[in-house]
Structures are given as C-alpha cells and as structure tokens.
Design a protein around this ligand. Structure first.
Ligand code: PMM
Length: 317
C-alpha cells in the first residue's frame, strides 16, 4: 500500500458515501446492494481506490454514533475488499477505522487529520497503512464559525505541518502520510480558491497531496445563474473535472471525486498532452489568486521552494 502513496500517476479516489444525508450523493448508496454496485462501478470507471464514508461531513450536519457509522460501512467494505477493490475508510473515529481495516480497508482517510480522536494515530501506526491527514478545525456543526484565517494558505500549511508532526511523533512512518487542504471544511469559497491557486505552498510540505473539490458548494456558487442561485450539485461535474485537473497540473498526488469517469478521461488527455505542469509564482498567487502564464518550457524551475510562473511539460511524471 505504500506503493499507492508513492504512485507516480495521479491517483483517483472515488467517493462512496453510505449515508442518507451527504450533500451530493446522500441517500443514493445508503443500502448495501446499491453501495457495492456503485463501488464496483467507480473502479470500472478507473478509480484506483474507493473512499467509503458512513457519516456525512456536510456543513451543519449532526453526528451519528460510532455504531451507526460502522454498521453502514463495514458490510460494504468487506464485500468490495473481498472483490479486490482498494478501499479507504473515510472516518475520524479510531474505532471505526480499526474495524474497517479489519474488514479489508487499506487506507484511512481522516478528515480531522488525527485531531478528532487521539487514538487514531495508534490505529494507523499499528496497521502500517497510509493515512490521509486533512486540514480540519472542528466538526461539521460549528465549522462555519471556524473559517477565520490571517492568511488561509499560510495558516492551513502550518496547521497541516502540526498534524504531520503529531503523526510522526506517534510513530507513523513519513511514507504513509498524505495531506489534504480540506476544501470546504471551515473554508469560505474565497479560501478554497486561494488554496487552489497556491497549492505549491502546500506541496512544499513534502508530502503527497490529495485534493477534494468534487461538487462542493463553492463550485455551485461560481456557476450561479443570473439571479445568483448556485448551480445544484448535479451540474458541477465539468467544474469538478477542471479544478481537479488544475490541482494535478500543479502537482497534487491525487483527487477525490464522485464522477470518476470524467476525471479519468481528463487525466488521459493531460497525459497525452505531455503532462503539462501548472506552476504558479507564490507572489503571483497572493496577488491575483494564481496565474497561468503563457508559454511552455521543459524542465523544472523549482528553486528553494519558489516556483516560477508558467506552464511546463514533464515527460517523466
Ligand atoms: N471531503 C468530504 C469528505 N471527505 N476527505 C478528504 N480527504 N478530502 C475531502 O475534501 C473530503 C473528504 C466531503 O465531501 P462528500 O460529502 O462528497 O464526501
């Protein structure tokens, strides 16, 4: 599984929420048969792994208890893992993660970055599995009030670095760690766009980065109609693909998406086009929310963590 973390190609994580109330797919895969069928479909569409969650994390959502969460996900994990699907468990509870790993999950995707449950680091360390540490400031019910930053990118980077340090201190090997900016979690739309534009500053942490923009409300707001009514989740696919591609072109390790096929197709185009890399100048990012300067150049211009503006092609990534 360490190979997955070290994977060279962008990793596509398909979302499977076994919940009645997730913001975009809530209720669709709440029963076992529908959930398993959808997991199989995600893999057929090209997902490298399927991220299974049993608790909605949409803003304002109430928590479910651990038993309910586990009862939703465990049968689905067991079935998909037995069929050879690489499963990640989307939970911030150590007990649920432990049971999911025993049921065949191979990755822990923890939206709290280890903050919600002090026992999570032990579970992950003992399992030796990859651990996605997402930036998080609090549970869904109160997270809107927590969206206050001096500079969102600097603050998220520093808080992610703390979570990484805590994981390393707890004995989790560095090569099992993946970081995630946590788009939409205690973030306004403007925060999400800043994080997107200045992704290289988060990549400077030196860990693979997972990017989860899929169908989130800031995309709906971007695509609002003339009356300012946000585009519903069903109409956010093209924007999801575009923003996922931006993230991969900036160097993200992987993307977490609901519609796997669209993203896989876009990545095929990206690969065929020479894997162009979007690099943003840090200052440009702060000035204008990121820049796509014209021109292609071969080879990197990375020097001391500073990235020059422009697009480059890299044959070997
Ligand atoms: N977003 C959601 C749930 N889990 N996990 C990671 N690592 N990153 C995310 O951005 C993320 C996540 C919320 O979206 P959903 O309700 O569609 O699953």
């Amino acid at each position: 599984m360490t190979d997955l973390v070290r994977a060279q190609a962008p990793v596509v994580m398909g979302v499977l929420n076994v919940t009645p109330d997730s913001f975009s797919d809530g209720g669709r895969y709440a029963d076992f048969t529908a959930a398993v069928a959808h997991g199989v479909r995600l893999v057929a569409d090209g997902a490298h792994l399927v991220d299974i969650g049993g608790e909605s994390t949409r803003p304002g959502a109430d928590r479910v208890d651990a038993e309910t969460e586990a009862a939703r996900v465990l049968p689905v994990i067991r079935e998909l893992a037995a069929a050879g699907v690489v499963v990640s468990i989307d939970t911030s509870r150590a007990r649920v993660a432990e049971a999911a790993l025993a049921a065949g999950a191979a990755v822990v995707n923890d939206v709290s970055g280890g903050l919600a449950d002090p026992d999570m680091a032990r579970v992950v360390r003992d399992a030796g599995c990859p651990w996605v540490l997402m930036h998080w400031r609090g549970h869904s019910r109160g997270m809107r009030e927590l969206a206050r930053y001096t500079d969102v990118v600097t603050d998220v980077r520093a808080e992610l670095a703390q979570r990484v340090d805590a994981a390393l201190t707890a004995g989790v090997p560095a090569d099992r760690i993946v970081v995630d900016p946590g788009l939409g979690f205690a973030k306004t739309a403007e925060h999400n766009w800043q994080l997107t534009a200045r992704l290289p500053e988060l990549l400077d942490l030196g860990f693979p980065l997972l990017f989860g923009a899929s169908r989130k409300s800031y995309l709906g707001r971007l695509l609002a109609d003339a009356d300012g009514v946000p585009r519903p989740t069903a109409g956010r696919e093209a924007a999801t693909v575009a923003t996922s591609l931006l993230a991969v072109a900036a160097g993200a390790w992987g993307v977490r998406v609901h519609d796997v096929l669209g993203t896989v197709d876009a990545l095929a185009v990206w690969r065929a086009g020479g894997r162009p890399r979007l690099v943003t100048d840090r200052a440009a990012g702060q000035r204008a929310g990121g820049e796509l300067a014209a021109g292609e150049r071969a080879g990197g211009e990375r020097a001391g963590g500073k990235l020059a503006g422009g697009i480059q092609t890299e044959g070997d990534r």
